[in-house]
Design a protein around this ligand. Structure first.
Ligand code: DOR
Ligand code: ZN
Length: 467
């Protein structure tokens, strides 16, 4: 099948190009002069629109299997599609967690028939408990391994424990000590993989919660119990380990100015450190806690306006190379348990692109930088480039179309999640994600799917790729 995308402005790695785009058999075939006649079975009219390489959400927790009362892979990938994302990278902390190749292979099979968009899979790094399995996950095509540094895991299920001070100690698997973490960096370095971490130092968290002197009741209590220095400290330790081992270290969901400063300094010193942030940290501040209540609770927490400003600066100066949603749904009842007891996390996969497009329309980020942080740099980091993340002949024909002068409204009624309650309910946004193309055929238009469900598994190939 041949598809021609006409009259759009392509956002390429060489900049904006006014050209038509010819796709055939699932791949991009050629950039052609606008209006030049081309034999095609189907046309997409992109007049007045920016045509981006398909957006990639590298940070999705679909809860599937294990917690499918919270969310399912079918729901999260449908949300991704309708929001303008064409590939998701699924986090490993479902139950069972992806800590070995057998689980990786079964997850890949289970998800294959349910995916509305293409998907890659993360593996989980536990430390000594699966030290020699991580290379096998890498060879099986895992995009990276995730280390939940700062989270305790349930010993049996490897599920995250959100409040480990309250859990019986013998049910927990605590993050390993630094000597073992260093060993894990060495191991991942040995095969050229990516070690990504949730960075919050657990000793700082534990002591900060004790010093609070009473259970967490308000959002200010939560911020005191999880200070930014906990994030910055873990990042600094990881950056040292990255530097001495050569291991590629990626900081996920970075939430603080202090964290961004450490990443910037480490990169300047030549350490192989990269970072991600999320729309919640770029659009919300602690001042939204009163309005939103515990719905705003995520780990690490949303902080001050100064933190938000520093994260935007980091997105624009290259300190942060990738923006992901950290889609991590819970039941509404669970989120109403209060700032102390509610589990951390919320919806995000469907609003990732609209919120970032809004930022572009407001001048906070350029179209070319948006293409990098939502597609190109993400694809490079996770071993998917140049198959994904670029508009060039030979790449998968995955595209996200954006009308920069349009607008959109976010509302719970229109969310495709299993539990459709979003932090951004009621927001009016500038710019509009209008349509997407997946594997060379139209896949979404006006926030609804077009055609069959046909997401495919994509294996990472890290050979020879460096960020
Ligand atoms: O808020 C969060 N929720 N942060 C994480 O790091 C994990 C996530 C989850 O899986 O619930
Ligand atoms: Zn996460």
């Amino acid at each position: 099948m041949r598809l021609l995308v006409r009259n759009g402005t392509l956002v390429t790695e060489q900049g904006l190009i006014a050209a038509d785009l010819l796709c055939a058999d699932g791949r991009i075939r050629a950039l052609v002069d606008r209006g030049e006649p081309q034999p095609a079975d189907e046309h997409v009219d992109a007049t007045g629109q920016l045509v981006f390489p398909g957006f990639i959400d590298p940070h999705v927790h679909s809860r599937d299997p294990g917690s499918t009362h919270k969310e399912t892979f079918a729901h999260s990938t449908l949300g991704a599609l309708c929001g303008g994302t064409t590939t998701v990278l699924e986090m490993p902390n479902a139950i069972p967690a992806v800590t070995d190749v057998a689980t990786f292979e079964s997850r890949r099979r289970e998800h294959a028939g349910r995916a509305w968009v293409d998907f890659g899979l993360w593996g989980m790094a536990l430390g000594p408990a699966n030290l020699h399995e991580v290379v096998r996950l890498h060879r099986a095509g895992a995009v990276a391994v995730k280390f939940f540094w700062g989270y305790a895991l349930d010993k049996e299920t490897k599920g995250l424990v959100y409040d480990f001070a309250a859990a019986p100690p013998d049910s927990l698997l605590l993050p390993p000590e630094n000597g073992e973490v260093l060993e894990m960096f060495r191991e991942v370095a040995s095969y050229g993989g990516v070690l990504a971490a949730h960075c919050e130092d657990r000793h700082i968290l534990a002591r900060s919660a004790e010093l609070l002197g009473h259970p967490i009741e308000t959002y200010d209590d939560l911020l005191l119990a999880r200070p930014a220095v906990a994030e910055a400290t873990s990042i600094a330790v990881g950056a040292q380990f990255a530097r001495v081992t050569g291991c590629r270290f990626h900081v996920v969901h970075m939430a603080s100015a202090a964290g961004a400063r450490v990443v910037r300094e480490a990169r300047a010193a030549g350490a192989p450190v990269t970072a991600e942030t999320c729309p919640q940290y770029l659009t919300l501040t602690d001042r939204d806690a009163e309005r939103l209540g515990p719905a705003i609770k995520v780990y690490p927490p949303v902080r001050s306006q100064a933190d938000q400003d520093a994260l935007w600066a980091a997105v624009n100066d290259g300190t942060i190379s990738s923006v992901g949603s950290d889609h991590a749904p819970h039941l509404v009842e669970e989120k109403m348990l209060g700032f102390g007891s509610a589990p951390a996390g919320g919806l995000g996969v469907e609003t990732l692109a609209p919120l970032m497009v809004d930022a572009m329309a407001r001048g906070r980020i350029s179209a070319t930088r948006l293409a990098e942080v939502l597609s190109t740099s993400t694809a490079k980091l996770y071993g998917l480039w140049p198959r994904k993340g670029t508009i060039r002949p030979g790449a998968d024909a995955d595209l996200t179309l954006v009308d920069p002068s349009g607008s959109c409204h976010i509302s719970n009624d229109r969310m495709h999640a299993l539990n459709p309650v979003t932090t951004w309910d009621g927001w009016n946004l500038r710019g509009r994600v209008t349509a997407s193309v997946l594997g060379g055929a139209p896949a979404m238009k006006d926030s609804e799917p077009v055609g069959e469900r046909r997401g495919r598994f994509v294996a990472a190939d890290h050979d020879g790729r460096r960020t």
